[in-house]
Design a protein around this ligand. Structure first.
Ligand code: PGA
Length: 237
């Protein structure tokens, strides 16, 4: 498994969230195309985390390992029941995930909505994931969700991705200065966190986000599975 550089020293965390895409061949093609830009990947202070669907997790991790690429692997969620101590059929325990993954996305706006997650559910998942040794990337749609995290977990240590719903998958990214204001507020509430921006990030708008003081990187959906788009983001950052 890739040994991730220390986060606090980094200005440049790039998360590729493949959502439900990235079956075998497509996943391996992505890894090969990333390999062609090894120099770009090894730039100091860049942390790249790819989050494939669960089924492709081991495949992607093994391909990355074989090519010695500096790319960490994350999962897109953990099951809501595991933190209640239940052993449920079909649920994924984070203890298995740590065989291949170092990171986990928790509370993405889509999973909050689809699974009717409460703030308690999100905080519970964070605890279980962190206990298992995963680095958590908690998505928040607004400052209030960061405040709830603080109420429930105290000084949360990990990554927060600020993703305003109007910007997710719409091609209509937030204004970088506005996103920075929100990131600043989040950091005031949770000083030990690293804040990313997510929502329609692409090769053209990336610079604007990376120039903001309180934004340390991005969470990319649509433009992450096609390696040429994702590499454009890394290049222009
Ligand atoms: P998008 O997705 O880049 O397609 O807007 C971001 C996300 O859902 O994390």
């Amino acid at each position: 498994m890739y040994n991730i550089p220390h986060m606090s020293s980094s200005k440049g965390i790039f998360v590729a969230n493949w959502k439900q895409s990235g079956k075998g061949k497509e996943a391996l093609k992505w890894v090969s195309e990333m390999e062609q830009e090894r120099n770009l990947l090894t730039e100091v202070n860049k942390i790249i985390i790819v989050c494939p669907p669960l089924k492709a997790l081991d495949l992607v991790e093994q391909a990355i390992l074989k090519k010695h690429l500096p790319i960490a692997v994350g999962v897109q969620d953990i099951d809501v029941n595991v933190f209640k101590g239940e052993k449920n059929t079909g649920a994924q325990s984070p203890d298995f995930l740590t065989d291949s993954a170092t990171h986990v996305i928790i509370g993405h706006s889509e999973t909050r909505r689809n699974n009717k997650l409460t703030d308690q559910d999100v905080a519970g998942k964070v605890k279980v994931a962190q206990n298992a040794g995963l680095i958590t990337i908690v998505c928040v749609e607004q400052v209030n969700q960061a405040r709830k995290l603080k109420e429930l977990l105290g000084d949360y240590q990990g990554i927060i991705a600020y993703e305003p719903p109007f910007a997710i998958g719409t091609g209509n990214a937030a204004n970088p200065q506005d996103a920075n204001m929100v990131a600043m507020e989040i950091k005031e509430i949770l000083p030990s966190t690293t804040v990313l921006y997510g929502g329609s990030v692409d090769g053209k708008n990336i610079k604007g986000f990376m120039q903001q003081d309180s934004i340390s990187g991005v969470l990319v959906g649509n433009k992450s599975l096609d390696a040429s788009f994702f590499k454009a983001i890394l290049k222009n950052a």
